[in-house]
Design a protein around this ligand. Sequence first.
Ligand code: TRP
Length: 417
Amino acid sequence: MQHAINPWASAQTTDYQRIFSEFGIEPIEPLVERLPKVPPFIERGIVIGHRGYEQIVEAMQQRRRFYVMTGFMPSGHPHLGHLMVMREVVWHVEQGALGYIAIADREAHAVRGISWEDCARYGREYLECLYALGFRGTTYYQSRNNRLKDLAFEAAIKVNFSDLSAIYGFGLDTSLAHAMSVITQVADILFPQLDAGPGPTVVPVGVDQDPHLRLTRDVAFKLRMFTVEDRGEYISVRSKNAPPLALKDIACRFSRAKRYEGHVDLYGEDIRKVQDVVREVEICHGGTGFYTPSSTYHTFMPGLQGGKMSSSVPASLFSFDEAEAAVKKKVMSAITGGRTTLEEQKKMGGEPERCAIFQLNLFHMLPDDAALAELRKACLAGEVVCGRCKKETAERVANFLKEFREKRSAVAHEVGP
Ligand code: TRP
């Protein structure tokens, strides 16, 4: 059986609308007006989909506690392709989220065969980049986090082999360690709530990671003892697999409660307060009270050479430590949306949407909205030639990298061994 999304495949799907409707990812557009502040990556159409982001918007509006978490697989140096997720994490931290970063060394070791030493070395580089971009919060390596491993084990109780086969296409030849790295990622996504108490969590990722989110959302629900349902006249708290004492406990915490065999109906209560109390009670009785995690999905930046951006195609990207001359060369030989001849270009204009250089500016190198709009306009009108545009972009890239390196060395001491 072919699976539409395989997180470990090298091919990248870009038919986002089809994938979104097939897998039930929502467009982010309708939520934009409720955001207290619209981040550039939404404004510029880079982050386009989500699951359950409403609860994150609400948490930001009401200044309630929420988390942002994501993970990086330390299978190589951090590069241009990682920058967007890093910026999304930092933005949410700036909006008040508690930040969590997992270095997925278990996954890198199990799936990519990276040695533990290399995992640690690359892991430090990722963390350095994050701190340099303004990240504050909790970071950990999967292999060194015992509470995470215990949580993964607990989560594993709720997942069987047929789930793994349906979601990832795992078969009889899939290694057990690969399955373990999957359940470790489930635990990553739930870890902030274990660490600091139940709360909405947003996981910014590329759409390739969506299978992990579907699985985690399912596990989070299965780990709950109760569901809370608004029935209009009353609120019904229903046991899924709660110990009887926990149900009794819920009834005792409210004045107008009717107790039944497997549920309690509450009158005159606020749903939010009921949910909070139910979570508290779950935790008292050994449960988790987890919120179902949310996610956002960004589009992928095209590779500089035109195809997909991938570390297996060196010309498609640059890493942050690459020599200046090499980076410049890659930018200067990137594919553009220019026409075959200068004459045609002047007449028909360029095609910024199909231009790796324009996308590079859109994603990262030209934060000034007015300047970006101006560039697009001039390109469409055939007023800029690609050679000059590439040269200007290469200068922006060089400045960015220089500044980034300086920031990295200033924060290097914050990164542990
Ligand atoms: N599997 C992710 C990748 O390949 C890395 C990862 C590990 C992750 N844990 C995570 C991503 C938790 C998001 C959330 O890049």
